[in-house]
Design a protein around this ligand. Structure first.
Ligand code: C2E
Ligand code: MG
Ligand code: MG
Length: 713
């Protein structure tokens, strides 16, 4: 392209000379510009950049020397090389004048074209180099500007430093984060930027623990760290994550320090830690923190041979508040209780919400167990004040169990268990009191543990057997039997349900036990019916407990057992205590309806002890009602019991339910019951619960005779 060819200005007042020069220079592929006077030459020179000027010395108005010396006055033109072309004598005085005015060379006319060409070539070559250099410089400048823009855009603060740690540069982000100017930061060393928590700042790399490996430049160690604080100009600090790497090149030794403000991240991290350890409703420590605090406290007491106390607190009847006034009021109550608990404690003690209405208190250091008793008393006293919750004023009690380290246990689990045991004991003693965990309680806990383990084995090994107790009608005919579980214990012999049913129920093992009993009962009844031992309508009654009733699979389990044993559904009756039904009436209604749809009979057991309302009784799909043996027992010696029995029978009949009296032991009871229209009778008077084998014998012996008459003798 035209503008890339080097330019030569030829100046001569005589056109033929100009023409001759042009002809000579043609082979050079340069761009030639003419000027016929000094003035014209000047104006050309100011307009464009020439690689070389060939200047005639003798010109009419302004001669060559004058022109060149004027050119030397301007920055833009003073460096342009000039070769004088002259016909004047070669006397040295002219030549000197030419060099003085800034010429680089001299040529005399007539000019030998070869010489001219080779001289001009040198200058063109120089010009090419100059252009290349200028381009390189420009490119460099652009690169530097670009780099600067890039550094400006970086969100990390970047600081470079010399081998001694003196800061020599910082990017805008670094300056913004540190609230410093470049001048301010350039007076500092890298170490001045750090907030030093201990002793005086050192400029030694080893000042920072993690810098120890970093022996300065040339080391190329990368250090990443997020535990330090940097200082702003105003001495406030902020947490950073930073990295440092050293470098050394032939210009300098130094390093680069880059950092990020992690204030936000730290805050989030801390917040997460806080949330993970806090109960969101009450802002008390949660179970996780409670465990951790207990763990640490135990370790401390092991070290100093001291004592600590653990209190478990459970609010009395909190569920009722929730159920009757709603969860919002329940929540307010929990918050109010929490703040009272906090106020009852000393600094250093910890109260945590462990879930629901359960709180745990740790007194990490006590002198004697009385200390814990005093705290419990104070807490209970704080509970006597009513809570003002919006429009409601409520008073609620609490039961507290106390255990101490090391007496009540030497690890977290043992301590929590013993405190819980004491708390349940307090609840059992009528609530709103506190109880210390005792050795006797501990023995009970151990015994319970052992029993639980044994029960698991017993279920696996099928040590449970079903006994059967006959039920007869008022004509003395056998109408069915109740299946009652017995534990055929390998060493203790026959164990009765009262000794294990509560624990079986508590542990949930009752689900499996119930299944086994159901199978045994149905299979046995089917067998007796098939073999004609009993009539085809004989019913076997099986007891179903709270946990079983709550079990989603109960109906399916019963269906499967009926299918497997081929017993007609009408030959199976379930007995559910009044208490069990009332525990969750809604659930009872759902499950019982399903069982009734299958054709199974349903009896309400131990009636008279569970405070059921008439409304519910009429809603439940019941077939019969069993008067509790407690009232039957009173017949003949307690008028009150007698009227209850009468009233119960009447009530049942008005609801179209049949009535069974259980626990019939005497003829007097039998007569009273029959007189008052009871439908069925069950009790020792006729037969105790017996093993299947024995009962079979009993049935065979008694079917021909009237059981009523026989036993009445
Ligand atoms: P329950 O269902 O009310 O059973 C009646 C209890 O009264 C039985 O006690 C029975 O042996 C006893 N009994 C019967 N007639 C007389 C009598 O004339 N006088 C006296 N004093 N007692 C009589 P058992 O077998 O010890 O069972 C106690 C309770 O254990 C049962 O009361 C029932 O609630 C529960 N239970 C028994 N077997 C099972 C079972 O397989 N599953 C479940 N979930 N509970 C069962
Ligand atoms: Mg029963
Ligand atoms: Mg009963």
């Amino acid at each position: 392209m035209e503008h890339q060819r080097p330019k030569i200005l030829i100046v001569d007042d005589r056109p033929e000379n100009l023409f001759a020069l042009e002809q000579t220079l043609k082979p050079l592929n340069a761009s030639l510009t003419r000027a016929t006077s000094g003035e014209e030459a000047l104006s050309q020179v100011l307009r464009q950049q020439f690689a070389l000027i060939l200047m005639d010395v003798q010109m009419p108005d302004m001669d060559g020397f004058e022109t060149v010396s004027l050119m030397r006055d301007y920055d833009e033109t003073k460096n342009v090389p000039v070769i004088f072309v002259t016909a004047i004598s070669k006397e040295s005085k002219f030549v000197e004048q030419g060099y003085e005015s800034g010429a680089v060379d001299y040529l005399f006319k007539p000019i030998a074209p070869n010489i001219l060409l080779s001289k001009v070539k040198v200058f063109l070559e120089l010009e090419n180099q100059r252009i290349a250099l200028e381009r390189a410089i420009n490119a460099n400048k652009e690169l530097a500007a670009h780099n600067e823009t890039v550094l400006d855009c970086i969100v990390e603060g970047i600081v470079s430093f010399s081998g001694k740690g003196m800061i020599d540069w910082a990017n805008p982000t670094a300056l913004r984060l540190l609230e410093m100017t470049l001048q301010q930061i350039e007076c500092l060393s890298l170490f001045d930027l750090f907030h030093h928590t201990n002793s005086k700042p050192s400029s030694d790399w080893s000042y920072f623990e993690e810098f120890k490996e970093f022996k300065g430049p040339n080391n190329h160690v990368h250090i990443r760290n997020s535990d330090h604080l940097l200082k702003r100009q105003n001495f406030t600090t902020f947490p950073v994550e930073f990295s440092i790497s050293g470098f050394s090149n032939n210009i300098q030794e130094g390093g680069v320090f880059s950092f990020q403000d992690i204030t936000k991240r730290k805050w989030t991290e801390n917040e997460l830690v806080r949330l993970a350890q806090e109960d969101s409703l009450t802002q008390l420590p949660n179970r996780a923190l409670f465990h951790e605090f207990l763990r640490v406290s135990i370790q401390e007491r092991i070290r100093d041979n001291g004592n600590l106390a653990l209190l478990m607190l459970d609010m009395d009847d909190f569920k009722r508040v929730n159920d009757t006034l709603g969860h919002d009021v329940g929540d307010l109550l929990l918050q109010s209780v929490s703040s009272r608990l906090e106020k009852s404690l000393r600094q250093g003690d910890l109260v945590a919400r462990l879930g629901g209405d359960e709180f745990g208190i740790i007194l990490p250091k006590i002198r004697q167990s009385d200390d814990a008793g005093r705290v419990a008393k104070k807490v209970l006293e704080s509970f006597t004040q009513p809570h003002q919750l919006g429009n409601y004023t409520l008073t609620i009690g609490a039961s507290i169990g106390i255990t101490t380290f090391p007496e009540g246990g030497t690890n977290i689990q043992a301590l929590i268990k013993s405190a819980d045991t004491a708390m349940y004991h307090a609840k059992g003693l009528g609530r709103n009191n506190f109880q210390f965990f005792s050795k006797e309680m501990q023995n009970r806990v151990v015994a319970k543990d052992t029993l639980e383990k044994e029960l698991v084995v017993a279920l696996e090994e099928r040590q449970f057997v079903s006994f059967f107790q006959p039920k007869i009608d008022t004509n003395g005919s056998l109408i069915g039997y109740e299946a009652l579980v017995r534990w055929n214990h390998p060493t203790r012999g026959l164990v009765f349900p009262n000794d294990f049913i509560p624990l079986v129920e508590e542990t949930g093992l009752v689900i499996e036990l119930g299944k086994q009993m159901l199978e045994m009962a149905c299979r046995q009844n089917k067998d007796w019916i098939d073999r004609g031992i009993v009539s085809p309508s004989t019913t076997v009654a099986v007891n179903v407990s709270v946990r079983q009733l709550a079990d989603k699979k109960l109906v399916d389990t019963i269906k499967t057992v009926l299918t497997n044993t081929q017993l007609p559904a009408s030959c199976l009756e379930v007995e559910i205590t009044e208490y069990t039904m009332m525990n969750d009436v809604e659930q009872a209604i759902i499950v019982l309806n399903k069982l009734r749809d299958l054709g199974i009979k349903i009896a309400i057991d131990d009636f008279g002890t569970g405070y059921s309302s008439l409304t519910y009784l009429s809603k439940l799909p019941l077939n019969s009602l069993k008067v509790d043996q407690y009232f039957v027992n009173g017949i003949g010696n307690d008028k009150g019991d007698e009227s209850i029995v009468k009233a119960t029978i009447n009530l049942a009949h008005s609801l179209h339910l049949e009535v069974t009296a259980e626990g019939v032991e005497t003829n007097l009871q039998r007569e009273f019951l029959i007189e008052n229209s009871v439908n069925f009778l069950q009790g020792y008077l006729f037969s105790k619960p017996q093993s299947a084998e024995n009962l079979e014998q009993w049935i065979i012996e008694n079917t021909s005779s009237n059981i009523l008459n026989m036993t009445a003798v």
